[in-house]
Design a protein around this ligand. Sequence first.
Ligand SMILES: [Ca+2]
Length: 329
Amino acid sequence: MKVNIPRKDQRSEIGADGRPPEDGNQDCVPTALAAMAQALLGRPFTGDGFHDSAYGQGYLGLQNPARYVALMAANGLDMTYLDDAPARLVARAVAEINAGHPVLLAIPSDWGANPPRSQFAHMVAGCDTPDANTLVAMNPWGGFYQSQPLSWWQDRLARCSYQGIWIVKKGTPMTDTSGLGSGFAAFAQAHSLTCVSRDSAGRGEHTYAQDKGGASTFAAFAPTAEFPTGVILYYNQGTGEITPNKAPWVAAALWNRGEALRQQADQAESDLTAARQQITQLQAQVTQLHTQVTELQQQLGATGGADGNDAADQAIKALATALAAVKPS
Ligand SMILES: [Ca+2]
């Protein structure tokens, strides 16, 4: 098999909470993605565990693959959405599977009917191409390998209410040039978020926070139905984790701001101390000059009058008067 996707049954697999899936009939998306993550990362994941992470324990209903982009990114997996003509989607799926990248495929929920008529989509994990005309997917409805000709997949993709495929691969979702990871950008796109923050240089829509664990990027987004008061998303560059409104990181950002102000105050005080030292030195020099002038005056008082050097005497006295006005304080 090109991608070693394990069989998983969306309706019976026990999740991380130790219970059967409460949304098992609708867990095709998280179960297919959990199987992909398990194949790519070599450690266990469950559909219900994914369901509970993305939608919350107890959620019942349909699930959107886009809601799993952040969760997959947090595990170092990149999900790329592609919509195109069904023939091109199948060709791309084959190419990706051959490259070792599983592909989330959407088919009508009554995929076995001829023709299928269901308006509900079912998601499976494309994982193998045993020959040039066959694609195999792990179907989580019961958990079996579904092997069909490419023409069958093309027909089912064309008839499905859900448009497009998702390509899943390992990789750090943080390699784009703007500093916002692709996982971050995909999360914002998937949640229809409009960025409202700008960095100071106007180069991007983000800024940075430092915490002891390393750098994170964050951006603010306008309110939506999902985030009625708006949201700030944090992207940890080290782990790829995306976190909405994570309070400790907000606190860290505020702490950093306070720390910067404190350092500025320290610098100002240090500058002021240096300035005061300079003033003290100048005052000492003035005092010294004053003393020298006084000595000179005394010498001139003894001999200057006799020499008739009144002009020099007056100049020195004027200087002494001026210096006397600059008193050390
Ligand atoms: Ca659960």
